[in-house]
Design a protein around this ligand. Structure first.
Ligand code: FAD
Length: 401
């Protein structure tokens, strides 16, 4: 985005250096191969609330380039984005390849050059004359302005650190939770809406409500991923151990659940606990698992439900206590929390405060969002601002000559 924007604004020599054989590989795998490009969120202030790290500082950049601007930008470059019911926006073709093609076509049209298998390993600052880059697959290269957008790759953080920036230690964000809960994980594959998650770690408390997916290891799905994002650092510090309270009652609350169980005891007298399911939103397999967890046989009649088991069911449905054993498998997480500290960046231009002429954006920064297209949105916003700023500097100094 930065390269295209700068080139479209008249910067003549824009070169993208990519360490791997092909650029945009993360775009390719993103959103399950569909690429969730952004989110239908029109208010920059509201947009910023979806970022566990960077929320307040991002208000500035978002006031200049937010979701609506990204949607228009892609539209002007030939890619229509379509909104899903939950607000996520995908390419009309429903394939991430369409986003890659759009970006590559725009880059070619603007005259951006690309060199692949060019891994930058060292950056030297030459006062007044810009930067010299060295690395694998690269003869030393000179550049007036330099943009670092190396994602979560450690090499980018090392380069930024060597150039005087503070780097907040990286920890994973957006991961599933592994639980010690065999009766629950036996229900893997079930997804339920409106589940309340409440995690206490030391003095910090994290709450999320939304869709949850039961997996063979524990919990995943949007609400779990959001919880992991907001609690990313606290979970890392607690070595991914803790107690999670889950409210499966879909907003009924303790009183509502108690009333429903009593009503069923009176109205479904002769039917079995398993056959007469009192909560429509709970799939039968999960209801049966709750009966097992409450220690009551599913084939008992409602009239014979012991009071102790009834109380146990209320507890399980409203505040089931589950032990977190760890996070999802290594590498499964979607983004890195941490990176170059935002205090070192002028967020109006994305220029470094430590190293003039150097611009930074994307996942390399200490910014990360929840799922839903927010991570790419921060990249489009930062990239566009940097591209504009680089063009203003280069064009301005060209005019002075
Ligand atoms: C499986 C998965 C699915 C995702 N799905 C979504 C989604 O649908 N929506 C969303 O908003 N976010 C999604 N994300 C997050 C999103 O992909 C990232 O936030 C985003 O790609 C970050 O962009 P970036 O340009 O900062 O870094 P990257 O996309 O990681 O790009 C950095 C590039 O720099 C190259 N590089 C690194 N170091 C060097 C070096 N020293 N020299 C030369 N080249 C270098 C890398 O090879 C890479 O190509 C997903 C992430 C994952 C892992």
């Amino acid at each position: 985005m930065a390269a295209i924007t700068a080139a479209e604004q008249g910067v003549r020599q824009v070169l993208v250096l990519e360490g791997t054989p092909e650029p945009l590989q993360k775009v390719r795998i993103s959103g399950g191969g569909r690429c969730n490009v952004t989110h239908a969120c029109w208010d920059p202030r509201e947009l910023a609330t979806h970022y566990p790290r960077g929320s307040r500082p991002l208000r500035g950049p978002f006031s200049r380039f937010a979701c609506g601007d990204a949607i228009s930008w892609f539209d002007e470059h030939g890619l229509t984005l379509v909104e899903e019911l939950d607000g996520r926006m995908f390419p009309q073709q429903n394939r991430s390849e369409a986003v890659i093609q759009c970006l590559q076509k725009a880059a070619r049209a603007a005259g951006v050059q690309l060199r692949t298998k060019a891994m930058v390993q060292q950056v030297r600052v030459q006062s007044e004359r810009g930067f010299v880059l060295e690395g694998r697959g690269l003869e030393p290269l000179n550049g007036r302005c330099l943009m670092l957008s190396t994602g979560g790759h450690p090499s980018g953080r090392k380069l930024a650190e060597a150039l005087g920036h503070q780097v907040v230690p990286p920890v994973p964000s957006l991961f599933s939770l592994t639980l010690q809960a065999p009766a629950l994980t036996a229900c893997s594959g079930i997804a339920i809406d409106d589940v309340g998650l409440d995690l206490k770690l030391g003095n910090a408390r994290f709450r999320q409500t939304g869709r949850v997916l039961i997996t063979h290891r524990g919990l995943s799905g949007p609400a779990t991923l959001r919880l992991s994002a907001f609690a990313a650092r606290a979970l890392h510090e607690s070595h991914y151990k803790g107690e999670l309270k889950v409210d499966w009652s879909a907003g009924l609350g303790r009183q509502g659940v108690e009333q429903r169980l009593q009503q069923w005891r009176q109205e479904q007298v002769r039917r079995t606990l398993s056959a007469a399911k009192p909560f429509e939103h709970l799939p039968r397999r999960l209801w049966q698992a709750f009966l097992t967890m409450a220690g009551v046989e599913a084939e008992r009649r409602w009239t014979d439900l012991p009071i102790k088991a009834e109380r146990q069911l209320v507890e399980l449905l409203c505040a089931q206590s589950l032990s977190i054993k760890g996070r999802g498998p290594f590498g499964e997480e979607f983004v890195t929390a941490g990176g170059v500290a935002l205090g070192d960046i002028n967020l109006a231009t994305m220029e470094s405060r430590r190293c003039p002429g150097l611009y930074l954006a994307g996942e390399l920064l200490d910014v990360d969002g929840v799922t839903g297209g927010f991570n790419f949105q921060a990249c489009w916003s930062g990239g566009w601002l940097a591209g504009q700023a680089i063009a203003a500097v280069v064009n301005g100094s060209d005019q002075k000559r």
